[in-house]
Design a protein around this ligand. Structure first.
Ligand SMILES: [Zn+2]
Length: 150
């Protein structure tokens, strides 16, 4: 086998592949970021709901922590708006259709987390705040005790 010929051919393909990918890069990167942000947004909203519910149930208050979630949600929403502004209306529509699929994902992710929490020892270690060591709910974005971002 002529190794040099093969290498040349391979490089040619790589070059072509890179050019094709470059066409998609800008639009694709923005759309991917919107999808990622959208998933983060849904997760943050869900966690805020869980937090507010558990606070209300325990008749507790933790406004600084609630504010952190609200700030985070606001920042994500702002980023999504900025990203959408860079796309054409047709491209935004395309992303919004994909977002409809993504909205199912966080639940799947949460189910997976619960499945992975099987061995008790590791589960305990995984769900401690790295900052203060307090136990944290799986999926929490902030520590309920010290407010550190997880
Ligand atoms: Zn903490």
């Amino acid at each position: 086998m002529d190794f040099n010929k093969l290498k040349e051919k391979g490089l040619e393909y790589v070059e072509k592949g890179r050019l094709a990918a470059a066409d998609l890069t800008e639009k694709g990167r923005i759309q991917t970021r919107i999808l990622t942000d959208q998933a983060k947004l849904i997760r943050a909203q869900r966690q805020l709901g869980v937090l507010v519910y558990s606070l209300a149930k325990g008749n507790e208050e933790n406004q600084p922590l609630v504010d952190k979630y609200i700030d985070m949600i606001g920042a994500i929403e702002q980023e999504i708006a900025q990203l959408k502004a860079k796309l054409t209306p047709a491209e935004v529509q395309e992303v919004e259709r994909a977002v409809a699929d993504v909205e199912i994902d966080p639940a799947d992710v949460m189910d997976q987390t619960e499945d992975e929490a099987e061995p008790m020892e590791t589960a305990g270690a995984d769900h401690c705040c790295p900052q203060c060591g307090a136990p944290v709910e799986p999926g929490s974005l902030f520590c309920n005790k010290c407010g550190a971002q997880l």
